[in-house]
Design a protein around this ligand. Structure first.
Ligand code: FMN
Length: 224
């Protein structure tokens, strides 16, 4: 059964990407907020898009400092992520309140967070007003990972504690389960699958024919 959902909720169908914690620093002040409107935009140069609503304190922090860092948290920070997304740095100091441990970034002033498995440091290249958000185009200045979590260009997902956190919407999150390795089917595999499918179809057809014949014979027997 299919049913229509609100156009504004279409974004939720695309949810599931890793949650990021956007950390910023400006004139001695620091702030952090979760964001999932994050997407790679270019490989070379390495550009990442981050959409931030103009009402967020993070919006001003990025506009003034022209840089930000994306921290990729694990389930260890699950409840912190939700909390950091429910209060504003305009009103309180989230780092002071949560006492979240941080360490120095290599290329930006924004602090990096412990309890994460990936860190991306960006300088702002461009900013576009898109609908009710601003798309900040960040040029990656440095990136680092926890080796047990990410190696040879892929998430390993071996240890449940080292998996990135994904946002499903409202206050639901998930971590990815099995890592599936795909291979391109060879011509011989495709031929075998087609033949197996055809044989299965033939079996089903002859079974249906036999059933019909049996039913007809039973009907005739009852009549006669
Ligand atoms: C999981 C999660 C993802 C979010 N993603 C975004 C986002 O991509 N862009 C955005 O502007 N706000 C996003 N928000 C909302 C902000 O994080 C939230 O408004 C936060 O309190 C803003 O903090 P700030 O005012 O200190 O910047 C998200 C919230 C949560 C919980």
């Amino acid at each position: 059964m299919r049913h229509t959902i609100d156009e504004r909720d279409a974004r939720r169908l695309l949810g599931g990407g890793p949650v990021t914690l956007v950390s910023t620093a400006w004139h001695g002040a620091q702030n952090v907020m979760p964001a999932v409107f994050v997407t790679p935009l270019s490989i070379d140069p390495p550009l990442i898009g981050l959409a931030v609503h103009a009402a967020r304190h993070t919006h001003d922090m990025i506009r003034f400092s022209e840089e930000f860092a994306l921290n990729i948290p694990t389930r260890q920070l699950l409840h912190h992520v939700q909390y950091l997304g429910s209060v504003s740095g305009a009103e309180l100091n989230k780092f002071e309140l949560t006492k979240l441990p941080t360490f120095r970034a290599r290329r930006v002033n924004a602090p990096l967070l412990e309890g994460c498995v990936g860190w991306i440091e960006c300088g702002v290249e461009d900013a576009y007003k898109i609908g009710d958000h601003t798309l900040f185009v960040g040029k990656v200045a440095a990136a680092s990972v926890e080796q047990d979590a990410f190696a040879d260009g892929v998430w390993l997902l071996a240890d449940p504690e080292e998996r990135p956190l994904h946002y499903l919407g409202i206050n639901y999150y998930a971590t990815l389960g099995d890592r599936l390795e795909a291979r391109i089917p060879q011509a011989a595999d495709i031929k075998r699958d087609v033949e197996a499918g055809a044989a299965e179809l033939e079996d089903e057809e002859s079974a249906a024919r036999r059933r019909e014949e049996r039913e007809r014979a039973e009907e005739e027997e009852q009549r006669g």
